[in-house]
Design a protein around this ligand. Structure first.
Ligand SMILES: Cc1cc2nc3c(=O)[nH]c(=O)nc-3n(C[C@H](O)[C@H](O)[C@H](O)COP(=O)(O)OP(=O)(O)OC[C@H]3O[C@@H](n4cnc5c(N)ncnc54)[C@H](O)[C@@H]3O)c2cc1C
Length: 628
């Protein structure tokens, strides 16, 4: 038997999007790390959509990148097509989304892990985890044992995985892989509360069986904006996607067979993602809608498999063939892989602290789908934070705690650990109350200094970052100082943009604050404009246009941070605090918030309860015994 006691600092169970970022961050911070995977050929596998980013998810990728993570760079290297979504809306919701070559993505990620110093990769199913004095001990299916000081659980949809297609169901992981069948039992024996969630994916179909001739084409942006602040040459668009719609016949076929769905037949007990429903769910829940949109997207440059975004299902195979073939362009479609649903075990994230460590199990961390979230980007974000924190703890350094005002990553973690989840959690821009400050364009400004302090941002990258910040500051100054004289050329522009002409000199910044005007419109009259990259002007324009709102959000942030500084001791007995309502006592005891700010965000804890807590803290800190 292999037994390597005390050899490892950190073991990461899982080489999906969470495990990858966790393992790379921990190893790069100097900890001897091992990453375990059930299948070495599926490191960084994308079992659902062949894309990275999307609304709010694009923000997460840029934040991970700004901190020194890997997802953005790899996505840039594997991009097939890229678009900035929501450009018709305000800058807070602009989000990058790239179609990627999923096989290439997995290969590139695996190679990065292979080349990373301090990192070992192991294809082995972990079947047991236990605490042995100072160590965590992991046992694999082949009986090997590994001792380590910290463990990160990033088991995704594999833990207790069960596949459903119609009335057929069997134990299985995604993409025909083995599930992890034993580990959930070991976690339960430790005392970790698990729950059952489910998710689903559409069929993959053969490109040549699709009739594209009458379908709407969707092109990528020109030029493409990369995810990574480090990518020098932006990726190029290499393909197009197509759009089609379901129709009355699709609905009819699905409704006629709905009793054969494992979900409606009661076979699936797991709760599915509210914001990523299956097509049968959409048809039942939104019965008034005559049609639903779908996107036909390539899975890679070296495969003919196409992904049908928006059409996930767990209906039987024969029903899938029948309803997909009702759709324009798919009349003769050949299914290569059937759609399926997967049910899996995950933890209740209320058991975690903001470092993603289990409150009751020091040295044990959770990340990704295991924590009740859904999505590659959500997983990667948590993996990074868990990996960094496991390493910082072993190195005796201060933890990395990102608050809601710093990032979508902070918002995601705060939501998970204070609100818990009733269905797989997906990031959305509406989840952030500070979204004008947390834009994708300024992720580097918000987080790269933190990545640098951690030691995950190289000198070269830091120099580039400082140069960009200096250019931004110089451009804001120039815009405030530059006075454009009244001229026919300027007034022609203003009138054509339907904004009032000027009779006296006007500052460039003032013009940019007008909603109708942009840097692009004013180029002909802005003769002193420096030769900066496009993103500098975009960033400055947003900062000027939304200055008032941003200032207000910054005030809200200051207030929030003031409350977050009021720490609540981990061992408070809330049942003994007089004046707290019963529901608040119960919720506070369960969630165990780390500070007053978090306590205020727990549903069921009212402003009156917060006042009681503040009085209790004040009494404890300043006036002897707290009131109880
Ligand atoms: C069918 C399906 C549909 C999906 N649909 C969507 C969707 O519509 N939208 C969306 O946002 N997301 C969707 N997802 C979720 C998405 O795949 C995950 O959110 C993402 O992959 C989570 O990343 P992760 O790193 O947490 O886990 P995963 O990517 O699942 O990786 C888990 C890793 O853990 C390893 N592992 C697990 N247990 C063990 C063990 N005991 N020993 C060793 N290794 C182990 C596995 O080998 C794997 O490397 C879907 C997933 C599936 C399978």
């Amino acid at each position: 038997m292999v037994y390597e006691a005390g050899k490892l600092d950190i073991a990461v169970i899982g080489a999906g999007h969470a495990g990858i970022e966790a393992a790379l961050a921990a190893a790069r911070l100097g900890c001897h790390t091992a990453v375990f995977t059930i299948n070495m050929d599926a490191v960084g596998n994308c079992p659902c959509n062949p894309s990275i980013g999307g609304t709010a998810k694009g923000h997460l990728v840029r934040e991970i990148d700004a901190l020194g993570g890997e997802m953005g760079k790899t996505a840039d290297a594997c991009t097939l097509q890229s678009r900035m979504l929501n450009l018709g809306k305000g800058p807070a919701v602009h989000s990058l989304r790239a179609q990627i070559d999923r096989n290439q993505y997995a290969r590139v990620m695996k190679h990065k892990l292979e080349l990373c110093p301090n990192l070992e990769m192991k294809q082995a199913e972990v079947v047991d985890i236990r605490r042995d004095a100072e160590e965590w001990v992991l046992t694999t299916r082949l009986g090997a044992q590994y001792g380590c000081r910290a463990v990160i659980l990033a088991t995704g949809t594999f833990l207790g995985g069960r596949i459903f297609v119609g009335d057929v169901s069997y134990d299985g992981g995604p993409d025909g892989m083995f599930p992890a069948t034993e580990l959930a039992g070991a976690l339960k024996r430790l005392g970790i509360a698990l729950r059952r969630f489910k998710t689903g994916t559409p069929a993959r179909v053969l490109r040549s069986s699709i009739d594209f001739s009458d379908l709407e084409v969707q092109y990528g942006d020109e030029p493409v904006t990369p995810f990574s602040f480090d990518t020098e040459t932006p990726p190029e668009n290499k393909c197009v996607c197509h759009v089609s719609w379901t129709n009355a016949r699709t609905k009819e076929v699905i409704l006629q067979n709905i009793h054969r769905s494992p979900l409606y037949g009661g076979m699936i007990e797991g709760v599915g993602p509210r914001y990523c429903p299956s097509i049968e769910d959409k048809i039942v829940r939104f019965s008034e809608k005559p049609r639903h949109q779908l996107f036909i997207e390539p899975c890679g440059a070296e495969t003919e498999e196409m992904y049908l975004q928006g059409m996930s299902s767990s209906l039987p195979e024969d029903v899938q063939i029948a309803f997909y073939r009702t759709i324009k362009g798919l009349e003769h479609v050949q299914i290569m892989r059937s759609a399926y649903a997967i049910e899996y075990d995950c933890c209740d994230p209320l058991q975690l602290t903001s470092t993603l460590e289990f409150r009751a199990f020091p040295g044990l961390y959770g990340a990704g789908q295991f924590n009740g979230s859904s999505g590659y980007e959500e997983a990667a974000a948590q993996g990074f934070v868990a990996g960094v924190n496991a390493a910082l703890k072993l190195l005796g350094r201060e933890p990395l705690i990102l608050d809601r005002a710093s990032s979508y990553i902070g918002t995601l973690i705060d939501d998970l650990i204070t609100k818990g989840v009733s269905d797989p959690y997906r990031m959305m821009t509406s989840r952030s109350e500070y979204r004008l400050v947390l834009r994708q364009d300024n992720a580097d400004e918000r987080l790269t200094p933190i990545g640098r302090r951690l030691g995950l941002i190289s000198d070269a990258r830091w120099a580039k970052f400082e140069k960009k910040q200096a250019q931004k500051a110089a451009e804001i100054q120039r815009a405030e100082k530059t006075v454009l004289p009244p001229s026919q050329a300027l007034n022609d522009i203003l009138v054509s943009r339907e904004t009032s002409p000027v009779t006296t000199g006007v500052r460039l910044a003032e013009l940019l604050r007008r909603p109708q005007l942009s840097y692009q419109n004013l180029a002909p009259v802005d003769s002193t404009r420096p030769d900066y990259p496009r993103e500098i002007f975009e960033s400055v324009e947003t900062a000027l246009k939304y200055e008032g709102y941003i200032k207000r959000q910054l005030q809200d942030i200051a207030e929030m941070r003031r409350l977050e500084k009021r720490l609540l001791p981990p061992d408070v007995d809330y049942t003994q605090i007089a004046g707290l309502r019963l529901e608040a006592r119960e919720k506070l005891s369960r969630v165990r918030p780390e500070n007053i700010g978090q306590a205020g965000r727990i549903s069921g804890v009212s402003p009156a309860d917060i006042s009681v807590l503040l009085i209790w803290l004040a009494a404890r800190d300043g006036h002897g015994e707290p009131q109880s």
